[in-house]
Design a protein around this ligand. Sequence first.
Ligand SMILES: [Zn+2]
Length: 670
Amino acid sequence: MRAHAVLILLSVYVGVCFSQNVSAPNSVDQASVARIDGYLKSGDYLSALRELNYFIPRNPTNGYLYYVRGIANLNLNNRSAAEKDLLLARQTGYREGETIIDYFTSKRAMAEMFLKNLKLDAELDSARGFKIRIQPSDTLQGGIRPERTCYDVFFYDLSVKVIPENQSIEGSNTIWFTTISGTRRLQFDLFPNYEITSVKLDESTLKYDRLFGAVFVDTEKRLEPGEKHSLTVTYRGKPRVAPKAPWNGGFVWDKEKGRYHIGVACEHLGASSWWPCKDHLSDKPDSMRINLQVPAGYQGISNGNLRSVKDLGNMYTNFEWFVSYPINTYNVTLYIGDFVNFTEEYSNSLGKYNIDYYVLPKNLEKAKKYYAQTKEIIKIYEDLFGEYPFMRDGAAMVEAPFAGMEHQGAIAIGGDYGKENKKMEMWPEKYDYLLVHETGHEWWGNAVAIGDMADAWINEGFTTFAECLLAEKASGYTDYLKMIASKQRSINNLYPVVGERNINENTFLSGDIYNKGAAMLNNLRCILDNDSLFFRIIKDYYNKYKFRITTTEDFLKLVHEYSGLDLDDFFRKFLYDAEPPVLFCTYELDNKGNLKFTYQWTKTGPKFTMPFCICLNGKEVIRLNGTTSSQTFRAEKVKSFNILNENTFNERLTVPRNAFTYYYTSWPMI
Ligand SMILES: [Zn+2]
């Protein structure tokens, strides 16, 4: 799904204006105020710090000075010093920037902001680093349990009738499966708010019991390995209404001038929130049929290809859709509305397929303009990763009553055709973020798929990184760096990127599976410093796991195999620790312009290495390769210097390839 608007307070990083706060720096002379202001405005945070370090001991009760130093430290990614300063600012009674101070100094406060932002009604667990508290229902939904591993689904035959008047649904699903290990008990899943009207194994009706969203069925005789059976569940009820789709999912019952516009998004929430299935990511059907019954006069859109439209004679129309590839349960979807359809043909080296667009009539002209970019986006992704994975089913974009979601072969496009994404900074204007992101998921998340929410960074991190690669292909390396810098600025480092297994963890919460996932891949690219190797890794990883389930470990193993490098300490830091590595730096800069800069990586395992770059005199950028041992870099004729990070980056600089990485820093008092 698309990234939620992360609560990052971007203005903090950019716009500190020292002189504007007239009351605060009352003990600092006007010339110094102007100088400090100049440093902050030009991004020379080290010089600003040096000045502030002079004035603060002379004005120890001036909270504003701590606050500004805190912001300067944030801009240097000197996170622990920034936290100290922000807390000192608060202690001295400084009352501006309360939200910023909370956000950067309290993990609980940060987590609470995300919950609120996503309207998630959940309790935080301090023992789990302020992740959401695990409930028994999470284990039932997310666990690899014997009642699930004993069978493998190969086909779903789903039929759903949507009754908008009372916001309810009714239907059935036949789950076709092969028995993997002998069993007398099966688990399928359906949220407890539905009534189950019957459960049949092949032709015989069975008893079942329910525990939260899990339904357990006892078979009359033991099912033996290799046997094929069908389990048919009929059900009815009112689906949950999405508090904030797609991130906090469910049904969206929109109305447009008295006419319905309906959609559903259920990633992480679970497909069993609206249809009975084996609701675990590890098992995808090989194909699927979706019969969608909608009130007469409306269009019913789902995944795959439309096979038939039939008037049922009861004021309902049946739309029969067929998906001829494996599909994640959360990708199965429906849209109901007065859609108009237009189609274009796309061809690549393997053949042709259609791209279908379903839009509300009032937006037809706007949509046609907006979708002029689709072919170019697909072409770039095909060049990067391989041909569009679902050619038999074609591609489709459907206007959705919510922000956006990568429903396979029926992508949800909300956001008023780019209007709501204009706020996204540093985006090549030609392309819209939402379309670029969701289309990227057809490769990452839909074709290559995960088996547990713990690995959701593979979906979101690779897709977010794909956005940056698209920018590079479309308009060059500087635009790639602009995108990377923009992603890095939104990293929160609240939880490790890889989540906990078997509990259906909400790894989307902090947004780091998007931006830190992408930053990790860029860091890896910088470490390898061999683009042909790096792109071979990405492409081969995609092709190896296309239509299969993958895990984080699969990717790490492939990188190791291809590069021959021991990157365990690197991956541990960026995927399994909450906080990034810290570059410990000291420097001496004399008045003749001689710079002595020492650096080493800390808070990592001993074998951690990663490049980074510094910028001399605001223009010359140099790539340095850091290790966990102290190294020294010397330069002459230096007036000022800076580490180059996402806050000090500017597009006029010529940055060496594979040098711009993501990390924290630590500077002893300057
Ligand atoms: Zn996404």
